[in-house]
Design a protein around this ligand. Structure first.
Ligand SMILES: [Zn+2]
Length: 173
């Protein structure tokens, strides 16, 4: 019984590293534009993400090897709301699902993607990277084609989220 359990655990531990993430070209395009270099944005699946960040509120990170940024990883929910924003930036579907709470998640997702994009320049200073991400919000929303009410509510949500972040992310401008 002990041997079986050990074998199962070993198999589970190996399985997620076989590529439990998705990539979406629009995310790569957006990140690459702000990073000024080609960027791969990996959307980890829920199991992979929870293995890395059990019980923590983390929206994304940039993987470094030494001083060299390698790729961006986003949480599954960050990717989901970013996909929604990319696919329907003006709420043409009007499903009523796209309400205030959804816009908050879209704002968080966009700010997280931009923040990590600026880390891909090699900059590890959190407040400076966050400042650049906040400044990039309007142009990123424009490039996604967001207008009117969606644009304004996602922008407001992202700025409100930024203001709630710890001191290490503030005052970088
Ligand atoms: Zn950061």
């Amino acid at each position: 019984m002990g041997a079986l359990l050990a074998a199962l655990v070993a198999a589970l531990a190996l399985a997620p590293s076989a590529g439990a993430f998705a990539v979406f070209p629009r995310f790569d395009e957006l990140a690459s534009r702000y990073a000024g270099r080609p960027v791969e944005v990996r959307c980890y699946d829920l199991d992979e993400w929870h293995a890395d960040f059990p019980g923590l509120s983390v929206w994304g990170y940039t993987a470094f090897r030494g001083d060299e940024p390698q790729y961006v990883v986003l949480a599954p929910t960050t990717c989901l709301y970013m996909l929604w924003l990319v696919v329907d930036p003006n709420d043409r579907l009007a499903t009523k699902l796209n309400g205030p709470w959804t816009r908050v998640e879209m704002g968080r997702g966009l700010l997280a993607l931009l923040h990590e994009s600026f880390h891909m320049t090699g900059d590890t200073n959190e407040s400076r990277v966050e400042c650049r991400a906040v400044e990039a919000l309007p142009s990123a929303l424009d490039s996604l084609g967001a207008r009117g009410a969606v644009r304004e509510s996602v922008l407001a949500a992202a700025l409100a989220f930024h203001r709630q972040l710890p001191a290490v992310y503030q005052g970088g401008c």
